[in-house]
Design a protein around this ligand. Structure first.
Ligand code: PLP
Ligand code: CA
Length: 304
C-alpha cells in the first residue's frame, strides 16, 4: 500500500486535480459552513463546479434536519443551486437503510431528533418516539412496545435515562437491530464550546447493551452506496472533501475516492501529518491525499 500524500496543494495543482474528477462530495459542517456561518466563497465554488460540468453531492453526519430543511439552509447561506437530491444526510440514509436494506418488519425505537423522525416517516418506517417527559413512569418499571425490531440512536438534545433504559431492554433481543446515525464524538460550537455528538450517546447504549451499533453515517460506506444507487458514480473520478480525518477522510478511503482535508473545520494539518508518520496501519487510513486551507482556494482556478 503506497502511503497517501497529505500534500498541500494550490493553484495549478488544484486545477489538475479537478480536471481529473467528475464528482465532488462535500462534507458540510467545517467545509462549506460552520454552524450558521458560510465559509466565504463556498457558494461560488459550488456554482462554478456545476457550471463546469461537475456533479456535486453533500454528505453530512448531521441528522438534525430532514432533507427539505437542508435545502432551506443552503438557500439561506447563499447556495442557490443545490437540490434536495444532492443532499445525503445520516438521517436520510438511516431511513433508506431501515427500509431498503434491513427491511425491518416492525417499529423502530428512536433516540434522536426531528430530522431522524421526519426522514423515517417519509420513508414509511414506523417509529416509537419516546416522550421527552417520561416522569409518569418509574425507571424500574416502564412499558415496552412488543413490536420494536430496531433501535436507532442519533443526536438527541433530550437524551435521558429512561431512553437509555428502554433502548437497552429492546436490545436484549438479539434480533432487534442496533443502528447509529453517525459516530461523531462531539462538534464545535461558538466561543470554544463543544456539544456531544451521536457517538457519545451511542457509546452509552453500547455499554449498557453490550452490543455494537451498525453505523450508517461516515466513515461507513453506506452513505456512498446510497449516492451510488441513485447516480452513476465512478469512484476513480470522485473526490471527497472533509474537515474531520477520522470520519470524512476514512470515509473517502473506505469508498475508494481521492480525499482532501480542508482546514476550515475540526482537524489540523499537524494531526494529518502525525497520522502519516505513525506506525499504525489503521492510522494511515486517516491520511488525506490532499490538503487545502479552504475550498475558497478553488475559486482562483475555477474563475480562470
Ligand atoms: N451532527 C451534529 C448534531 C452536528 O451539529 C454536526 C455539525 O455541526 C454534525 C453532526 C457534523 O456534520 P458534518 O458531517 O456536516 O460535518
Ligand atoms: Ca464536518
Amino acid at each position: 500500500v503506497s502511503s497517501r500524500g497529505c500534500l498541500k496543494i494550490r493553484g495549478a495543482q488544484i486545477r489538475d486535480l479537478l480536471d481529473s474528477k467528475h464528482n465532488v462530495l462535500f462534507d458540510c459542517d467545517g467545509v462549506i459552513w460552520n454552524g450558521e456561518t458560510v465559509v466565504t466563497g463556498a457558494p461560488e465554488v459550488v456554482t462554478l463546479l456545476k457550471q463546469q460540468g461537475k456533479r456535486v453531492f453533500f454528505v453530512t453526519n448531521n441528522c438534525t434536519r430532514p432533507r427539505e430543511n437542508y435545502v432551506q439552509k443552503f438557500c439561506r447561506l447563499g447556495f442557490t443551486d443545490v437540490a434536495e437530491e444532492e443532499i445525503f444526510s445520516s438521517a436520510y440514509c438511516s431511513a433508506a437503510y431501515l427500509r431498503d436494506v434491513a427491511k425491518v418488519q416492525g417499529k423502530v425505537y428512536v433516540i434522536g431528533c426531528q430530522g431522524v423522525l421526519k426522514e423515517l416517516q417519509d420513508a414509511g418506517v414506523p417509529v416509537v418516539e419516546e416522550d421527552n417527559d417520561s416522569s409518569s413512569f418509574s425507571i424500574y418499571d416502564f412499558p415496552l412496545d412488543p413490536d420494536v425490531r430496531a433501535v436507532l440512536v442519533g443526536y438527541d438534545e433530550n437524551f435521558n435515562f429512561m431512553k437509555l433504559a428502554k433502548a437497552c431492554c429492546y436490545l436484549r433481543n438479539s434480533e432487534c437491530l442496533f443502528l447509529a446515525t453517525d459516530p461523531d464524538p462531539w462538534h464545535p460550537l461558538r466561543g470554544g464550546r463543544i456539544t456531544p455528538g451521536s457517538g457519545s450517546l451511542t457509546a452509552a447504549l453500547e455499554t449498557a447493551s453490550n452490543r455494537k451499533a451498525t453505523v450508517i453515517g461516515k466513515p461507513s460506506r453506506f452513505m456512498y452506496e446510497c449516492i451510488a444507487s441513485q447516480f452513476d458514480l465512478d469512484p476513480a473520478r470522485s473526490l471527497m472533501i472533509g474537515d474531520r480525518l477520522e470520519t470524512d477522510i476514512l470515509f473517502g478511503i473506505n469508498c475508494g475516492l481521492a480525499t482532501m482535508l480542508t482546514l476550515t473545520g475540526v482537524s489540523t494539518f499537524e494531526e494529518a501529518q502525525q497520522y502519516k508518520d505513525s506506525d499504525s496501519p489503521e492510522k494511515k487510513d486517516f491520511v488525506p491525499d490532499y490538503v487545502v486551507e479552504s475550498i475558497a482556494d478553488f475559486l482562483q482556478v475555477l474563475e480562470e
